[in-house]
Design a protein around this ligand. Sequence first.
Ligand code: MP5
Length: 201
Amino acid sequence: ETTRALLTAQAAAWQRILDHPFVSRTSAGSLPKATFDRWIAEDYFFVRSFQRYLEALSAVAPDDEARKVLAGGLAGLVPELALFEAAAAERGVDLSVEPSLVNLGYSAYLFTSVDEGWPVGITVLYAVEKAYYDAWASVRDTTGPDTQYAGFIANWSSPEFAAYVDQLADLVDREPLTPAMTLAFDRVLRFELAFWDLVHG
Ligand code: MP5
């Protein structure tokens, strides 16, 4: 299985995402407000780039089944962006701040991956979504009921989101593993770690 091989090869980097202080401090409720606010503004920029990347990836999807899965992902971004906008309004976060260079690089890389063709593009999508599912499921499982992050936890760790990530895994598993896919997967993990570092640092 392609996804199993990718995850196994990257087990150590994957654990570093889950062990990242941004994740553990979100769970513990000990994250400074300014840090979470910074994440909101950075991630909002990322998600809007991601939305256009998902449209571009849909355009190179090989069949209706793949297009249907991606359409589900695109539909989910509507309430997700509303969640960011509501949280920003409530917390007094300016969503129009300039994104960091890491964020610009990560966002641009999403589009580069589509240019490399469907197998690499869908590998990137799976890695991006799986990273957030695992991180937010970890927060869900280690936080108290009085968390202020319930909306975000629900967004990326719901059973519906888990099912979507499983569908993405099925699409990746149709593809025989190539060195380009391995590199893309590894690169997403490095971007994810750099993204957490930059908002937390
Ligand atoms: C995601 C995200 C998940 N929002 N931000 C980063 C840095 N990585 C992954 O993507 P989506 O589109 O919010 O499900």
